[in-house]
Design a protein around this ligand. Structure first.
Ligand code: BGC
Length: 767
């Protein structure tokens, strides 16, 4: 057995793990220090503390609890319910925050009412689900993650923050940093895919983007959600229980949240699910021991929607009073929408199940954020109609929307160079329920996005091609309706045309919250439509729009080329048109593996080794007898209009005594187009005390390579990144042999073995 080094302190280990040797980091200024305190605030801390202490001395218990209560804006209410925002709540100072009301005028009205009616005039904090844009809609987060472009993700988050804050919003419930290994789970669309290393980098970029100018009225405070392991519900059903080993929790699901803390995120959201039997909303280990004591998170934690009352439905408490007390005592600071803190915490203080000092700690956290946002100086600071008019949907927003859409598209198949469209194409049959659709293209969580602003594929292509090329656009069929009435017309236009472009996929709300699916092929009769079109013998380009990996085995058979475009947002049609005609060379790479069939799920790439490795032809191996193990499209996969050759992979035989390993590879662009390639570096621990994955992404680099040219790519690997987490939640690094692999995706890799002889001397806390 190898010699073992244990890091007792989980915190230090994670800091070490995620702060070393990364080539793919966000090249922007860090806006906060690692202890969640803005640099410019350091000197002002005492003033802030005094202000808050004075204010709190004046507050009644009811008013304090009010600061911990968040409500939905009145205009979203359809009738009286527990979370209703009533005038009397405002008057009694019992509204700390309001969510999902947009527009400067609306927000100003509510704030004015609050300032007039409430006794202490504590400003309300306004939150909104600004997930991938506010009015200008960017690609959904899963789509955008396929760009592997951290700087881009920083910029779209920043741009969304500029736009939303100009509409009066101060706080977004984003980024969602839940790792998702199950395509059935609809919320996979909101995250960064299945890989933890990449997920951490993207989490950092998005937090820094939203909070780019933290505490100023053109930025938002961010929220790391859903803490934790919400992305691993059983059977992929949203809100289902989560049951997993501590090692998997620590190694796969927690690190992106830690990356958010390190990036200075100001708030967290507790998830709906339980983790190994303990609901996150009432989980003291999670919300206090880990988040506060070990990670030193200083902001506040909000529940998810009605998360507190759901403790009763999860039956870990008998009644609402116990639910509110359990949540607060566990470390939850703000109660979203169910009104339970307001309804129950004062009683809880009286009966001794909650202490005033626990309430005070939570209130201080909330008031501190309001203070830093400058709301006590000017509660209307974010409201400026002139600014709203100038920044919303302006040219800068649109330019970023187009760039993001272009970089998110993944080319999955391109037989016989079907794409880009040949100059000989004079007539195009553009067919499918998404061919000329504006509303679905925005995807789930479109915030205040307006479909009228969205460019459909038809419009994008028409404006790109002008009048010289004819586009015959028909719907062919609907999404879930099984009628084939439109097939005849679709066949007619296909037969008349030189090429068929079929724009198929899911409706926006077939993914997202509470939108789990058991069958992942194209919904409705879209596959039959595609198969029917195939009988024309015309080349078929399938343009897919969907919020999750689909099962594409049949689509692959019927298509000559496939573009995975996800949901690209406002400028989807322009970006897709650019790619179709070859004005932009696709460069996206999948951040989530595409299964051959639903039965393969979970089908993530970094599977652990089996004692009987999979081999479909061989009995008694880790296999299905009726399906190849390999994914249809692996993690990291994506084609280009050009081709790249990887060679001359240079990798020393051992790590140096500082634990570094400089590797390099030559990449030659052998095709006809300039292109951008994402070079991926994977590592496998060849012998370890615990069973390890066959490969894990450890670094990546994006490089632009002009056609005909060779680029040498250097990457430095750090041994500190090669450890793993045990079930005791200790980070362990063992010397020995590792395989280092480099290539264009997680399947096609050049490989060398390397030895880690000694643990680097500067490694702290080794035992
Ligand atoms: C979702 C959260 C969201 C919240 C507020 C919940 O149902 O799970 O992700 O931020 O609603 O809209």
């Amino acid at each position: 057995m190898k010699k073992t080094f244990l890091f007792v302190d989980i915190l230090k280990a994670i800091i070490l793990f995620y702060s070393t040797g990364v080539s793919a980091s966000v090249p922007h200024k860090t806006v906060t220090s690692s202890v969640n305190k803005p640099v410019e605030m350091v000197g002002k801390k005492n003033v802030e503390e005094k202000f808050i202490a004075n204010l709190m001395a004046k507050m009644t218990l009811e008013e304090k609890i009010g600061q911990l209560s968040q409500y939905v804006g009145r205009e979203f209410l359809t009738g009286p319910k527990s979370g209703e925002l009533s005038d009397s709540l405002l008057e009694r100072g019992m509204v700390g925050s309001i969510l999902n009301v947009g527009g400067v005028v609306n927000l100003r009205n509510i704030q004015e009412e609050n300032m007039q009616k409430s006794r202490l005039k504590i400003p309300i904090l306004f939150a909104f689900d600004v997930i991938h844009g506010f009015k200008t809609i960017y690609p959904t987060p899963l789509a955008e993650s396929c760009s592997w472009d951290l700087d881009l993700m920083y910029r779209t988050a920043k741009s969304a923050a500029i736009e939303a804050s100009a509409s009066g919003i101060q706080w977004t419930f984003a980024p969602m940093v839940d790792i998702a290994r199950d395509a059935r789970w609809g919320r996979i669309v909101e995250g960064a895919g299945e890989d933890t290393y990449l997920g951490c980098k993207i989490a950092e970029a998005r937090v820094k983007g939203f909070q780019w100018n933290l505490w100023h009225p053109n930025a938002l405070i961010a929220c790391a959600k859903h803490f934790a392991a919400y992305g691993a519900p059983q059977a992929g059903r949203d809100y289902a229980p989560v049951d997993m080993s501590n090692a998997t929790l620590a190694e796969v699901y927690l690190p992106p949240f830690k990356a958010c803390v390190d990036a200075g995120v100001q708030t967290f959201m507790a998830s709906f699910n339980d983790i190994n039997g303990i609901p996150a909303t009432g989980n003291k280990w999670l919300l206090t021991e880990l988040l506060r004591n070990r990670w030193h998170f200083k902001g506040f934690v909000v529940s998810d929607w009605n998360g507190v009352i759901q403790l009763k439905t999860q039956a870990v408490v008998e009644d609402e009073n116990d639910a509110a007390a359990l949540a607060l005592n566990s470390g939850l600071d703000m109660d979203m929408t169910d009104g339970l803190f307001n309804a129950c915490l004062a009683n809880a203080v009286q009966n001794g199940s909650v202490s005033v000092s626990t309430i005070d700690v939570a209130v201080k956290r909330v008031l501190s954020i309001k203070y830093r946002l400058g709301l006590f100086d000017n509660p209307y600071r974010f409201f400026n109609t002139e600014r709203e008019r100038k920044v919303v949907k302006n040219a800068e927003r649109m330019q970023i929307a187009k760039e993001a859409a272009l970089k998110s598209i993944v080319l999955l198949k391109n037989e016989n160079k079907t794409l880009p469209l040949s100059k000989s194409v004079k007539k195009i049959a553009l067919i499918g329920p998404l061919a000329d659709n504006q509303s679905e293209v925005m995807g789930s969580w479109k915030a205040c996005g307006d479909e009228k602003d969205v460019i459909s594929v038809y419009c994008g292509l028409k404006s790109k091609l002008g009048t010289g090329i004819k586009i015959l656009c028909v719907q062919g069929c609907d999404f879930s309706d099984r009628s084939k009435q439109g097939f005849a017309e679709a066949m007619k236009v296909a037969q008349e045309s030189d090429i068929v472009i079929a724009v198929l996929g899911e409706k926006a709300l077939m993914s997202g919250e509470s939108r789990s699916r058991a069958f992942l092929s194209l919904p409705g009769v879209q596959q039959q439509l595609l198969d029917t079109l195939k009988t024309t013998g015309k080349p078929i380009v399938t343009v897919l729009m969907n919020g999750r990996p689909l099962v594409l085995s049949e689509v692959e058979k019927a298509s000559d080329a496939i573009l995975e475009t996800w949901f690209l947002g406002t400028l989807a049609g322009n970006a897709i048109a650019d790619i179709l005609v070859g004005d932009y060379n696709p460069s996206g790479k999948l951040t989530t593996s595409f299964p051959r069939a639903e039965g393969q799920i979970p089908n993530y790439y970094n599977y652990k080794r089996s004692g009987r490795p999979g081999n479909m032809e061989k009995t008694s191996t880790m296999r299905h007898i009726d399906l190849r193990n390999e994914n249809l499209y692996p993690f990291g996969y994506g084609l280009s209009y050009t081709q790249y050759r990887y060679d001359n992979f240079v990798c020393p035989k051992t790590f140096d005594d500082k634990g570094k390993l400089p590797v390099s590879v030559n990449i030659t662009n052998t095709g006809e187009y300039d292109g951008e390639e994402t070079v991926q570096l994977y590592v496998s621990d060849l012998v370890a005390t615990m069973v390890r994955p066959e490969k894990e992404l450890k670094q990546f680099k994006k490089v632009f390579i002009p056609r005909g040219q060779t680029v040498r790519v250097d990457i430095e690997l750090d041994a500190r990144e090669l450890g793993y987490w045990t079930n005791d939640m200790e980070y362990k690094l063992e010397p020995g042999d590792f395989a280092v692999m480099i290539g264009p995706n997680s399947r096609d890799l050049l490989c060398k073995n390397v030895t880690l002889k000694t643990i680097p001397v500067d490694l702290p806390n080794k035992q």
